[in-house]
Design a protein around this ligand. Structure first.
Ligand SMILES: Nc1ncnc2c1ncn2[C@@H]1O[C@H](COP(=O)(O)OP(=O)(O)OP(=O)(O)O)[C@@H](O)[C@H]1O
Ligand SMILES: [Mg+2]
Length: 452
């Protein structure tokens, strides 16, 4: 229970009541102010902060009920205790519906007054704490938010909202760093499965033998090293969503098993013959063009169709540069919090460079750039010099560092190869062609400069 001194306002036209309440509360260490009518009371409320208000219902002039309405409108966190005569208890009950904390019926004892004030002060504390928590939650939600108001993002988010309400399998495609995983999370969070697990499986990360058991689980002794029975990711995701990232990387053998899992909605652990039912929504993602993988025989056509019930393509950032300003603001805010900085603005030349850059690494690259710039910045502003080392605005700036030292040819070559490689998503043949060198030479340079 709180016994901290608080600031309390008493609004009552009866001097005797004001004085007696004042005495009781002052004895408790509270700071008490009084007003003889509603207008005077509201004036005090405008000027000072009160932790609680005692309000007589029957006041000359402005009525108690009206005073209550105004207090609740201007400072909903302030608890108001209504004082009422026996005859008006009914209307006192009515004031609770209008937001009063509680009522005290005259005559009341000092102890009754003390208890009700203490409770009111506690309720105020809880109220303000819950507001603070809500703000924290809102802020966190904002950080995981999909930012973007470009026409393509608006259209895409509309599809996301509609598809979230269903159990349809979704295939998200897009270059590396365009936000495929973030979008998958968003679909899960909008869906009725939001309180169940969202399980991410990186299909490129595991060797085939382990991958099957990772997905579907295994029974004890089913292979060397299987000492315990293990739940697969599908079982872990039961009731929720499984996100199969880099789906184009799975072998044809696993593709067949995955197809069965999707069709039958059941999985069989490695080493077992008994299938288990699972209730899982599937979202897959890839930065390859899956249809091409089907053509080249790397990906099963039937699985491709099963997965792409709802295909969603995330355009690369260079095709939606209208999103860049919002993204900059979003990532500055996020990294200000993370790095305890207070970056307020971006210098015009830095902004221009950020807007003109092609972002081959898409939003991930933009995010990393801002994260580093926020950390590097020595004042409240991101300047071009905070971006330079990254190669932003590089087309010019890495050749002509303002005020800096000029680079060697080898450094420029390294930087340039890196940029072209990134712009071509690591495709070496294409990069070699653009650079006018043969693939072997490029590979040698990649090795030399540790670009891989
Ligand atoms: N529209 C967006 N708004 C805010 N943040 C975004 C947005 N898109 C992506 N991000 C952020 O950019 C980073 C990269 O996104 P994500 O990991 O979802 O990309 P990806 O497409 O899965 O990349 P990869 O193919 O390399 O796995 C994440 O930190 C993500 O939060
Ligand atoms: Mg990803």
């Amino acid at each position: 229970m709180t016994n901290e001194p608080a600031s309390i306002l008493i609004i009552d036209d009866e001097e005797a009541i004001r004085d007696s309440c004042c005495m009781v509360l002052q004895k408790q260490g509270h700071d008490v102010r009084t007003a003889a009518d509603g207008v005077q009371g509201l004036k005090l409320l405008e000027k000072e902060l009160f932790h609680a208000v005692l309000l007589d219902l029957k006041l000359p002039g402005l009525e108690g009920r009206e005073v209550l309405t105004r207090i609740k409108k201007d400072s909903p966190e302030t608890p108001v205790i209504v004082i009422t005569g026996f005859a008006t208890i009914e209307s006192a009950v009515d004031t609770i519906k209008r937001g009063a904390f509680d009522y005290l019926a005259k005559p009341f004892s000092p102890e009754e007054l003390r208890v009700i004030v203490r409770k009111a002060l506690e309720s105020r504390k809880l109220y303000t704490r819950s507001i603070a928590l809500q703000e924290e939650i809102d802020q966190k939600a904002q950080i995981g938010m999909v930012v973007g108001r470009s026409a393509s993002m608006v259209k895409l988010m509309d599809i996301v909202r509609r598809v979230s309400a269903t159990d349809s399998t979704v295939l998200i495609t897009g270059e590396s760093g365009t936000g495929k995983e973030l979008l998958a999370t968003q679909i899960h969070n909008y869906s009725f499965r939001r309180n169940a697990p969202f399980v991410v499986v990186d299909c490129g990360a595991l060797v085939e033998t382990l991958f099957e058991s990772e997905l579907f689980g295994h029974v004890k002794g089913s292979f060397t090293g299987a000492h315990e029975t293990k739940h697969g990711r599908f079982e872990v995701a039961d009731g929720g969503t499984i996100f199969l990232d880099e789906i184009s990387n799975i072998s044809l053998n696993i593709q067949a098993k995955l197809l069965r899992a999707i069709q039958e909605r059941e999985i069989t652990r490695v080493g077992s013959t008994k299938p288990n039912k699972v209730d899982v929504r599937i979202i897959a993602a890839t930065n390859e063009i899956l249809a091409e993988c089907v053509q080249s025989g790397k990906f099963r056509e039937d699985l491709f169709y099963r997965l792409s019930v709802v295909p969603i393509h995330l355009p690369p950032l260079r095709e939606r540069s209208e999103d860049i300003p919002d993204l900059l603001e979003h990532f500055i805010l996020k990294n200000n919090q993370k790095a305890r900085k207070n970056i307020q603005e971006i210098s015009p030349d830095a902004r221009k460079a950020l807007l003109e850059y092609a972002w081959p690494g898409n939003i991930r690259e933009l995010e990393n750039t801002i994260e580093r710039a926020v950390v590097l910045s020595e004042d409240d502003r991101i300047d071009l010099s905070d971006l330079l080392y990254h190669g932003i605005g590089s087309n010019l700036s890495f050749l002509q560092p303002p005020g800096g030292q000029f680079k060697s040819l080898a450094e420029v070559e390294q930087e340039y190869i890196r940029i072209v490689l990134q712009a071509n998503h690591g495709n070496r043949s294409r990069t070699a062609k653009i650079l006018g060198i043969d693939r072997k030479t490029l590979l040698a340079k990649i090795k030399k400069y540790h670009l891989a």
